[in-house]
Design a protein around this ligand. Structure first.
Ligand SMILES: *Cc1c(COP(=O)(O)O)cnc(C)c1O
Length: 536
C-alpha cells in the first residue's frame, strides 16, 4: 500500500465533512433552524410573481470546486429558503400540502442519521419489519369488514412477515402507487402470455388469438393525471385510459360507465381495471364504490381505488361511511404526505390479497433473494428510504383517533366555509364539499340575475358569454391573490353541464391545515373582494 494514500489535502478536507464536530454542527444547525423559523413566522409570504429577484440567485452553472464553510453555505441556502412557499400558513388553502406535526422533522432526522435502505433486510434490519407492520395496520383499517378481532389478529400475524407476501408497498407518492396498482393488475391478467418477459408486443399475437384486441382502464373524468402516466409507462396507451362522464356531484356516472364497457366489449377490448376515485383532487368527490365493485365483479376485472386524498377518511368515525365499499377493492392508493401529515415523499398502495404482489416480483442474486422478506422484490423503486417510519411515528403519536379528529375538523371547516360563501351575495358556491375540498367563484348579484335569466330562457349563447366573463375574472382574482402576500387559493376548470358546454374556471380550496380558522377564510374572501374593487 502506498503510504501517501491519505495525504491528499482535498481528501482530508472532504473527510472532515464526515466527522462529527459537535460545536461546528450545532452552529450550522442553529443557523438553518433560525432561517426556517424566521421564514415560517413571517407575517407575509413571498408573492408568487416576485420570482425574478430570486431567480437571479440561481443562474450560475459553474460547479463549486472548493469546499465552502458551513457559515457561507448557510448564507447561500438562506436565499433559497426565503423564496420557498410557506405551506404551513393557515391562509394557504389552495393545495394538498400544508402544515406538519412538529415531531416529523425530528423523526426525519433520525431517518437520515441511520441511513437505512429498505430495499432489503441486509441494509434495513428491523425497519423492514416495521414497514411490514405499518402496511398491515393500514390494510386492517380498510379490509377488516366482517371478521372478529381474534380472526384478524391471527390473519395479520400469519401473513405480515411472510417472504412471499406483502400487504402493500411504500413508494414516493400517489403517482407511483397508481402505477404499481395497475402494474400488478396488468401482470396478473396477462401472466399466461408471459407479458413481464416478452413485453406487450411480444405477447400481442397470443392475446389476439384469445380474443383480446386491446386493453382498457376506465376512470371518471375526475381521475388524476397520474393514471395517464401509468397507462403510458405500462404500455397500455393513454387513449386506452377511458375518461367516463360524471354525475352532477362529480362522481362516476354508472350508466355512462356501463355504456362504455359495452362499447369496449363490442370491440373485443378487455377491461383491465376500473379505477374508482375516493376524494378527487379537484373536487373531493367520491365515486360509488359499491356499485363499481359490483361491476368489477361482473367483468371479473381489477378494482383499484385511488384514495390518495380521501383514503384518510377511514380514520374518521363521522365520515368513514362515505368510503363504504372500499373493502371490496383489489388495491388502494394512499398518500401519507397528504392527510396523514407526513413530509413529502410518502405514498402507498395496499393490495387486498397479499399474494398479488408476486405478479411483479423481481430477484437479483446479489441483493434480493427469492426466499427473503426483502421488500425490494415488490417495489418499482430500488434503493428507498424508510418513509414508513414517519407514518409509524404519526400513527403512534397522533393515533387513529387523532387522525380521525383532524379529518372531522377539516371537513367541518370546509362546511363552514361553504356556508360563509352561500350566505354572501357576491360569491357563488360551485361545489358543496364532500369532504374538505370545495370550489366557488366571485359572482355578484347583477351577474347572478343575468345567469338566472339565461338559465330560465335556456339561452346557451348568453350563458356562455356570462360564464366566459366570470371565468376571466376568476382567473384574474386567483393570479392577483397569489402574487400578493397573504391568502392563497388555487384554481381549476370544471365542466358543469347545466352551465353550458364549456368548462368554467373556479377557485379551489383544500382545507387540511389544522391552524386554519374561520377568520382566515373570511380574510380570503375580503382580499378577493378588494382585488375586484381595485380592478374596476
Ligand atoms: C395527489 C393525488 C395523486 C398523486 O399523488 P402524488 O403523491 O402527487 O404523486 C393521485 N391521485 C389523487 C386522487 C391525488 O389526490
Amino acid at each position: 500500500m502506498k503510504d501517501d494514500l491519505s495525504l491528499s489535502q482535498a481528501w482530508l478536507e472532504a473527510l472532515k465533512t464526515f466527522e462529527f464536530d459537535a460545536a461546528e454542527l450545532a452552529e450550522f444547525e442553529r443557523q438553518l433552524s433560525a432561517q426556517v423559523e424566521q421564514h415560517l413566522q413571517a407575517s407575509e409570504r413571498p408573492g408568487l410573481s416576485n420570482n425574478s429577484k430570486i431567480e437571479q440567485c440561481f443562474y450560475s452553472s459553474e460547479l463549486p470546486k472548493q469546499a465552502q464553510s458551513y457559515a457561507d453555505y448557510s448564507r447561500l441556502i438562506n436565499q433559497a429558503v426565503s423564496g420557498t412557499v410557506n405551506t404551513t400558513r393557515p391562509d394557504f388553502i389552495g393545495h394538498m400540502t400544508s402544515a406538519l406535526p412538529a415531531f416529523m422533522p425530528v423523526v426525519q432526522k433520525l431517518m437520515a442519521a441511520l441511513n437505512q435502505n429498505n430495499v432489503k433486510l441486509e441494509t434495513s434490519g428491523y425497519f423492514t419489519d416495521l414497514e411490514r407492520q405499518v402496511l398491515a395496520m393500514l390494510h386492517r383499517c380498510f379490509f377488516s369488514a366482517g371478521r372478529s378481532s381474534e380472526q384478524l389478529d391471527r390473519f395479520y400475524q400469519g401473513h405480515m412477515h411472510q417472504p412471499k407476501q406483502a400487504f402493500g408497498v411504500f413508494c414516493s407518492g400517489g403517482t407511483l402507487a397508481n402505477i404499481m396498482a395497475l402494474w400488478v393488475a396488468r401482470n396478473r391478467l396477462l401472466s399466461k402470455y408471459h407479458l413481464a418477459d416478452k413485453g406487450l408486443l411480444g405477447a400481442m399475437s397470443a392475446m389476439a388469438a384469445d380474443g383480446y384486441l386491446g386493453l382498457a382502464v376506465l376512470v371518471s373524468e375526475r381521475g388524476h393525471y397520474s393514471l395517464s402516466k401509468a397507462a403510458d409507462v405500462l404500455g397500455l396507451g393513454r387513449e386506452n385510459l377511458i375518461a367516463v362522464a360524471v354525475d352532477d356531484k362529480h362522481r362516476m356516472d354508472m350508466s355512462a360507465l356501463r355504456e362504455q364497457v359495452a362499447e369496449l366489449q363490442n370491440r373485443r377490448i378487455k377491461i383491465l381495471a376500473l379505477v374508482a376515485v375516493a376524494g378527487a383532487t379537484e373536487t373531493g368527490s367520491i365515486d360509488p364504490l359499491n356499485e363499481m365493485a359490483d361491476l368489477a365483479d361482473e367483468l371479473n376485472c381489477h378494482l383499484h381505488v385511488d384514495g390518495a386524498w380521501g383514503g384518510a377518511a377511514i380514520f374518521s368515525t363521522q365520515h368513514r361511511n362515505k368510503l363504504a365499499g372500499i373493502e371490496r377493492a383489489d388495491s388502494i392508493t394512499l398518500d401519507a404526505h397528504k392527510q396523514l401529515y407526513v413530509p413529502m415523499g410518502a405514498g402507498m398502495v395496499l393490495f387486498k390479497d397479499p399474494e398479488h404482489v408476486n405478479a411483479i416480483k423481481q430477484h437479483a442474486s446479489y441483493i434480493i433473494r427469492s426466499d427473503s422478506k426483502d421488500l425490494g422484490a415488490y417495489t418499482l423503486e430500488g434503493s428507498r428510504p424508510a418513509v414508513s417510519l414517519l407514518l409509524h411515528a404519526g400513527l403512534h403519536l397522533i393515533g387513529s383517533a387523532g387522525y380521525g379528529a383532524l379529518v372531522d375538523h377539516s371537513v367541518a371547516m370546509a362546511k363552514a366555509f361553504a356556508e360563509l360563501i352561500e350566505a354572501s351575495d357576491d360569491f357563488e358556491l360551485i361545489l358543496q364539499p364532500e369532504l374538505n375540498i370545495l370550489a366557488y367563484r366571485y359572482c355578484p348579484p347583477a351577474d347572478r340575475a343575468l345567469l338566472a335569466l339565461a338559465l330560465a330562457d335556456a339561452n346557451e349563447a348568453e350563458l356562455e358569454k356570462i360564464n366566459k366573463r366570470l371565468s376571466a375574472q376568476t382567473v384574474a382574482i386567483q393570479i392577483a391573490q397569489a402574487a400578493a402576500t397573504q391568502g392563497f387559493v388555487s384554481r381549476t376548470q370544471l365542466h358543469l353541464p347545466h352551465y353550458g358546454r364549456d368548462p368554467i374556471h373556479v377557485l379551489r380550496v383544500v382545507l387540511a391545515n389544522p391552524y386554519t380558522q374561520l377568520k382566515h377564510l373570511q380574510q380570503i374572501l375580503a382580499e378577493q373582494r378588494e382585488i375586484v374593487a381595485k380592478s374596476i
